[in-house]
Each structure stands twice: as structure tokens, then as C-alpha cells.
Design a protein around this ligand. Structure first.
Ligand code: NAP
Length: 290
């Protein structure tokens, strides 16, 4: 009997540089599944009609799963029937699947981050700094708080980090809520900080190609002793922040592991099969610094 062909779609704009097709095609090939992972680059003016059309095709099982990326992770929310708890708390969706005919919006960025971080065995939860307060900062904060970390959000716009903290406070239980603080991201506040974070996560785009000379960590401030530096950027694989951390003798990770892990979670949700992580990682090996 011939197996049915599966089709997954990624919506976003623009999508030319996305590594997701490579990672998912590697999984499809490794499991000898017939199928494809396609890019749906939808311009903002076409978003309402095209997203509806794709979601209708998902509901009718013409396609089997969808990922969502910038700039539609929040815009897609009103089109869905239900959200998972992580999508609700993070306030954004990057993964859509069907369950009993309903369209479910989920967020695998937080779990993808946790899964990758776990692979570095950095020890039990302590204090973490998150640099930046945008979409990925929410996913990382959710992941860390649910694992028992104390989290400080360092953002250049205090109103943005305060809004993140307010949003989270609505969803988290009181003990989780008190473990989240908002701090301004500037040189003065770094110098004044006397706590030593066990983990620093960069969620700003500072250092991303082509602005490879930028770093969110101020030049004049020493990097904290014994911190693990997790950089969400993976292009270039060794950002300026990672280079600074390595020069200070610190251990580091870049975001390629998170990208692969969130893809693996999506793949498992859509297919019910265990994702072939080794093949998925191998497909983007040139971004790895492990
Ligand atoms: P976002 O929603 O735009 O948030 C970016 C954050 O960085 C905002 O708080 C922004 O503040 C801050 N920021 C931007 N420029 C800054 C600067 N010059 N100085 C200080 N803060 C600055 O973006 P995002 O979706 O969170 O993505 C952020 C980065 O993470 C990107 O590089 C993205 O590629 C990467 N990422 C990686 C993965 C992965 O799987 N590895 C997943 C998601 C995202 P303002 O609002 O004030 O600009």
C-alpha cells in the first residue's frame, strides 16, 4: 500500500533565509516519509485571505501541519480555535496542528530552548539574565520560570520589559511571578549589578549577520564569572558576544540547537513519530559551535 504524502507549511515574511525546510526535509528523508515542507511567504496585505486559505487546508487535512514565524506569530492568534498553555503565556504561536477538527496554536520555542539548554548540563536553576524583551524573550522567560529559575529581563525600553512582566503575572502562579523582574539594559545598570547570574541569554538581534560587530554586553563591563552564555543568534555561529564570553573563559551555546529542537517538537506533533534529531542537526552542521 502506498503511504499518503504529507505536507507542512511555514508562514512568515520574508522567508528566503529560513533554515526550517532544510531541517524538516532531513527529518522527512531520514524516516523515509513521502512529503515536503514548503515556504508560504505571505506579504502583510495578503495575510488575512492567505492565512485563512492555508488554515482551511490544514483543517481539512490537505496539509498536516504549519509553523509560523515573524511577523505573524501574534497575528495568527484570532484564526485559531484553541491555544496551549505555553502559547497563551508566551502570547504567540509558532506551531499549529489539528485535534478533533480544531486548530490548536502552540509554541515550541520555549520547550526547544529548554531541551537544548538541558543538553549543556549547566546545573540546577539559579539566576538568569535575559537580554531583550521581545517575542523570543517571552518564550525563554516562560521556559526558565517553569524550570524554577529566577529571571531578570534586561531591556533598553523599560516599558517593554514592564509589559512582559505584567503579561506574565496574569498567567503565572504567585511563586513563579515573584521570580521575574524587569531591569533597564544600559551600562550603568550592568555595573550596579552585584548578583552573578548562572545564565545569560541574549534574545536581542545585536550581533546577527550582517551587523556582526554589535554585542548586547557593554564593552566596558566585565562578563560575569562562571556564567553560561546562551546566544539565540546562530548566524554567524560565533557572534561577538560568544567571542567575548570565550575570551573570558566562559562556556557558551548559540541558537542553532534551539532552532532544531523547536523543529523536532513540531515534527513530532504533526507526525506522531519520534523526530530523527541527529539527521536534523546534521542538516545545519555548519552553524554548530559544539
Ligand atoms: P523581537 O521580538 O524584535 O525582540 C528583540 C528584542 O531585542 C527587543 O526587546 C528589542 O528592543 C531588543 N533590541 C533590538 N535592538 C536592540 C539594541 N540595539 N539594543 C538593545 N536592545 C535591542 O525579536 P525576536 O523574535 O525576539 O528575535 C530576537 C533574536 O532572536 C533574533 O536575532 C532572532 O533571529 C533570534 N531568534 C532565534 C531563535 C532560535 O531558534 N535560535 C528563535 C527566535 C528568535 P526594541 O523593541 O526596543 O527594539
Amino acid at each position: 500500500m502506498t503511504q499518503p504524502e504529507v505536507c507542512f507549511e511555514l508562514i512568515g515574511y520574508p522567508l528566503a533565509h529560513s533554515l526550517s525546510p532544510r531541517i524538516h526535509q532531513a527529518a522527512i528523508a531520514a524516516l523515509h516519509i513521502l512529503g515536503s515542507y514548503r515556504l508560504a511567504a505571505i506579504s502583510p496585505q495578503d495575510f488575512p485571505s492567505q492565512v485563512q486559505n492555508l488554515l482551511d487546508r490544514l483543517r481539512s487535512n490537505e496539509i498536516q501541519g504549519m509553523n509560523v514565524t515573524i511577523p505573524y506569530k501574534q497575528a495568527v492568534l484570532p484564526y485559531l480555535d484553541r491555544l496551549t498553555r505555553s502559547a497563551q503565556v508566551i502570547g504567540a504561536v509558532n506551531l499549529i496542528y489539528t485535534q478533533n477538527g480544531d486548530l490548536i496554536g502552540d509554541n515550541s520555542d520555549g520547550d526547544g530552548f529548554s531541551k537544548d539548554l538541558d543538553s549543556y548540563n549547566i546545573g540546577s536553576p539559579g539566576l538568569a539574565y535575559i537580554l531583550g524583551a521581545g517575542g523570543s524573550a517571552r518564550a525563554v522567560a516562560y521556559a526558565l520560570l517553569t524550570q524554577g529559575w529566577d529571571v531578570q529581563i534586561h531591556a533598553r525600553r523599560p516599558e517593554q520589559s514592564a509589559s512582559l512582566v505584567d503579561h506574565f503575572t496574569k498567567f503565572l502562579n504567585p511563586s513563579e511571578g515573584t521570580r521575574l523582574q524587569s531591569i533597564p539594559l544600559d551600562e550603568k545598570s550592568f555595573v550596579n549589578i552585584n548578583q552573578h547570574p548562572q545564565l545569560v541569554v541574549n534574545t536581542t538581534p545585536l550581533g546577527m549577520h550582517p551587523n556582526v560587530n554589535a554585542s548586547p554586553w557593554p564593552d566596558k563591563v566585565m562578563m560575569p564569572n562562571h556564567s553560561f552564555i546562551y546566544e539565540l543568534i546562530y548566524n554567524p555561529p560565533k557572534t561577538r558576544l560568544i567571542q567575548m564570553a570565550l575570551s573570558a573563559g566562559l562556556k557558551t551555546a548559540n541558537g542553532i540547537g534551539m532552532l532544531v529542537e523547536q523543529a523536532a517538537i513540531s515534527f513530532e506533533r504533526w507526525t506522531g513519530k519520534r523526530a530523527p534529531r541527529a539527521a536534523m542537526f546534521a542538516s545545519v552542521q555548519e552553524y554548530s559551535i559544539r
